[in-house]
Write a protein of this length. Structure first.
Length: 301
């Protein structure tokens, strides 16, 4: 961000004329603020001798994997006030408008905010002065908040237990004792016979080592180029990427307009934001009950 207390910070001037900084009122009467909205300094376009010129204030390079929230204060007071847009640069180098304001907004500071999607390369304020010196456009209290891409880690652990099977030794022994019988005439001797049967111990051991499987899933915020195409201020391009349609054999009734609509007793005094808006003309040749549509471009889901 930048509070413009010590110049334009790390932002750069890329237009026909450079944004300057000032404290107090600007040099011209009937335009500009009496002072900064916060602190003592602000950035502004000097419209004197610069009618119809472009003033571009561009940010440093952004981190493509991060999204950003940007807020600022602006002052647009003057009878020949021009316009200012906040734009972001997409991956293919195209500048896309996220916010715009045009015309005299009165002698006061107002606030605005925009969400910059991931994948954006840079951002800028693109101002064009009006047709006289009464077109000083001012910015103050510029705050940029980075929102890093989220990372989710899922860890799965599989453990196999160790099983040991042991066979106990069994020993069988058979013993026959010796008996001696003695008489005067005959002697019989019986020899002892011993038989031993031994069963050898067999031990079976099965061991399976612990296996740990770790799965890492990274969720990166996708560049929202398709959603950005849905935004439209109806200023320079009447319908942006939207398509108009209406009843056959009658003109399409959606129209871009500035100020009050031609019919009394209906419609607004002017645009809610900027200087232009879209409206549905109900006067002839339109008929009661006609259906008119304004259809957005397709977006990926």
């Amino acid at each position: 961000g930048c509070d413009f207390e010590a110049g334009i910070c790390s932002w750069t001037n890329e237009g026909e004329v450079a944004w300057g900084t000032a404290s107090g009122a600007t040099a011209s009467t009937g335009t500009g603020p009496s002072g900064a909205n916060e602190g003592s300094a602000y950035a502004y376009t000097e419209a004197s001798w610069n009618s119809g010129k472009t003033f571009i204030l561009e940010s440093p390079a952004l981190t493509p994997t991060s999204s950003y929230t940007v807020s600022w204060d602006y002052h647009m007071y003057g009878g020949d006030m021009g316009s200012v847009k906040f734009e972001v640069e997409t991956a293919d180098g195209t500048w896309v408008e996220l916010w715009s304001m045009a015309g005299d907004q009165g002698d006061q500071w107002d606030s605005a905010q925009a969400n910059v999607p991931a994948g954006s390369q840079a951002m800028r304020f693109y101002a064009v002065t009006g047709q006289s010196y009464r077109s000083d456009i001012c910015l103050d209290n510029l705050v940029v908040t980075e929102v890093s891409a989220s990372t989710t880690t899922t860890s799965t652990t599989t453990t196999t237990s160790t099983t040991t099977t042991s066979t106990t030794t069994t020993s069988t022994s058979t013993t026959t004792s010796t008996t001696t019988t003695s008489t005067t005439t005959t002697s019989t001797s019986t020899t002892t016979s011993t038989t031993t049967t031994s069963t050898t111990t067999t031990s079976t051991s099965t061991t399976t080592a612990q296996v740990t499987t770790t799965t890492v899933t990274t969720t990166t915020t996708k560049a929202k180029q398709d959603l950005m195409a849905l935004q439209c201020g109806f200023e320079a391009n009447e319908t942006c990427a939207y398509q108009k349609s209406g009843p056959n054999k009658r003109p399409m009734a959606w129209r871009g307009f500035a100020g009050r609509t031609p019919s009394p007793g209906t419609g607004p005094l002017g645009a809610y934001s900027g200087s232009r808006y879209m409206y549905l003309e109900a006067s002839e040749p339109a008929l009661p009950g006609d259906v008119h549509t304004l259809t957005s471009p397709s977006v990926a889901v």
